[in-house]
Design a protein around this ligand. Structure first.
Ligand SMILES: NC(=O)c1ccc[n+]([C@@H]2O[C@H](COP(=O)([O-])OP(=O)(O)OC[C@H]3O[C@@H](n4cnc5c(N)ncnc54)[C@H](O)[C@@H]3O)[C@@H](O)[C@H]2O)c1
Ligand SMILES: [Zn+2]
Length: 248
């Protein structure tokens, strides 16, 4: 028996268009963590009108671009390359409508591909959390206001890239390509000064994705591919986070 009501998603932010509206995850935040209470229920239809993005605040647009860059890293190297070719990605006005359509199509396709292979988050779907492990910690420790979701994901992707490089999983060149694209989208690459490294490390332990005390990381191996790694040495984590402070 299928429970729940039929519903249609009409996303109006870039983030909702490329991510939240697709995949059937419905969740609410709890004082103990983001999206801690939720269920899986698919919409009947997702209706996207790119023109509506014209009124979206630039900061919110950039936050959505973080999720788009995520798809480039975890799934779609062509999407990544097309974005790299564009001079500036920080505002809708700098992006031709053909490229914007391509970005929306590839992003929705990437999310739909991953979700349709793993609707209930048994395995593959975890790759959508690329950048979100540290991202969620940054978001919650800054009270969900100082750093917005997409900005936190950008910081988390930079951290994941650095960790992967430390572990010898991906190249310095790809790390630089990723970080340059994040900067091109006007997104942050450094941790807020107010955050303490040890507090971030402790917060990672309370993330809902923690299994048997091991913090799960999604780490890149090349542009378009990531791996799920269950144990990251604390020394590497702290080294990377320390280097990401603006005062480092
Ligand atoms: N369920 C999921 O799988 C999933 C995935 C990604 C993100 N999320 C969650 O979604 C939330 C973020 O969603 P969001 O970015 O849509 O936030 P939001 O709905 O709060 O929108 C951000 C701001 O932009 C305004 N706005 C939206 N569309 C506009 C438009 N076209 N013109 C002018 N203003 C507009 C809103 O009023 C709001 O002030 C986060 O809490 C995030 O964690 C969920
Ligand atoms: Zn997200």
């Amino acid at each position: 028996m299928v429970k729940g009501i039929n519903f249609v998603q009409v996303p109006t932010s870039l983030l909702a268009m490329v991510d939240a509206a697709i995949g059937g995850k419905t969740g609410v935040n709890h004082p103990q963590g983001k999206n801690l209470i939720g269920a899986f229920h698919q919409p009947r239809l997702v209706l996207i009108d790119p023109d509506i993005l014209q009124t979206l605040a630039a900061r919110e647009f950039r936050a959505g671009m973080a999720e788009v860059i995520k798809y480039g890293i975890i799934w779609d190297a062509e999407l990544f390359a097309q974005m790299e070719n564009n001079k500036n990605l920080s505002q809708l006005g700098y992006i031709k409508s053909e490229l914007m359509d391509f970005i929306l199509t590839c992003s929705c396709q990437a999310k739909a591909d991953v979700v349709s292979k793993d609707e209930k988050e048994a395995g593959l779907r975890a790759i959508l959390n690329y950048g979100h492990t540290i991202g969620h910690a940054v978001e919650s420790l800054t009270g969900y206001t100082q750093v917005i979701h997409g900005e936190a994901v950008a910081i988390g992707m930079v951290a994941a890239g650095q960790i992967a490089m430390e572990l010898g999983m991906w190249t310095k060149q790809d790390t630089q390509r990723q970080d340059a694209l994040i900067q091109k989208a006007g997104l942050p690459t450094k941790l807020p000064d107010s955050l303490d490294i040890n507090t971030i490390a402790d917060t990672l332990q309370t993330d809902k994705k923690v299994k048997d005390g091991k913090v799960r990381f999604i780490l890149p191996t090349q542009i378009g591919n990531v791996e799920i790694i269950d144990k990251i040495p604390t020394e590497i984590l702290c080294k990377v986070l320390s280097a990401m402070r603006t005062t480092a």
